[in-house]
Design a binder for this molecule. Structure first.
Ligand SMILES: [Zn+2]
Length: 189
């Protein structure tokens, strides 16, 4: 996708948090609330920032709440209801009171961060993810957020393919659907 790389990372964090923290179904199996919430939250953040430090218990609980609210955005875009997605993002921007600020750390050049006012990790990520998704939704790539279309899977994705033809959360789901279609064809043949 043609955003700046920092925003891509933030959007991948939004995807990671939804997929790691919201219960539902994953690749054909039930996906319950994670027993180890801090590990799941850490995994979600590392989807965009592979070296992110480990998350504590309190932050993990807050991030799980943020993830539930982010899921609404993916589901709305996926069902073609961009108005609902935009409304939800605006609510998240309001609540997180996202404010832009140039930061420079870890040897990186100056880059734009979006912080919440509370200074909590979850609050900052809520602000960042809301802003990252707002940039996507306000761009020509507004339909690039999706929910997996494979049976019994509701994990989400951001489609960074050139043609925007992605339909699945993962290669395993794509293969499940391909295999099922192949079996159906050989049965009728
Ligand atoms: Zn899937």
């Amino acid at each position: 996708m043609d955003f700046n790389s920092h925003n891509d990372g933030v959007v991948l964090v939004a995807v990671g948090l939804v997929n790691a923290l919201t219960p539902g179904e994953r690749r054909g199996r039930p996906f319950p609330v994670p027993a180890d919430l801090p590990a799941a939250a850490t995994e979600g953040l590392r989807n965009g920032y592979p070296n992110h430090r480990e998350v504590g218990e309190g932050d993990a609980g807050e991030l799980a709440e943020v993830a539930e609210r982010l899921r609404v955005v993916f589901e709305a875009v996926s069902s073609g209801d961009v108005d609902t997605a935009a409304g939800q993002i605006n609510r998240l921007l309001d609540e997180s009171r996202a404010r832009p600020r140039l930061d420079r750390h870890d040897g990186e050049p100056w880059h734009l961060h979006f912080h919440g006012p509370g200074g909590t990790m979850a609050g900052d990520w809520a602000a960042s993810c809301a802003t990252g998704l707002a940039i996507v939704l306000g761009s020509e790539f507004h339909d690039r957020l999706g929910v997996c279309t494979a049976p019994h899977c509701d994990r989400v994705y951001v489609d960074v393919s050139r043609n925007g033809t992605r339909r699945f959360c993962s290669t395993p789901c794509q293969n499940r659907v391909k295999t099922a279609a192949f079996r159906a064809r050989t049965r009728t043949a």
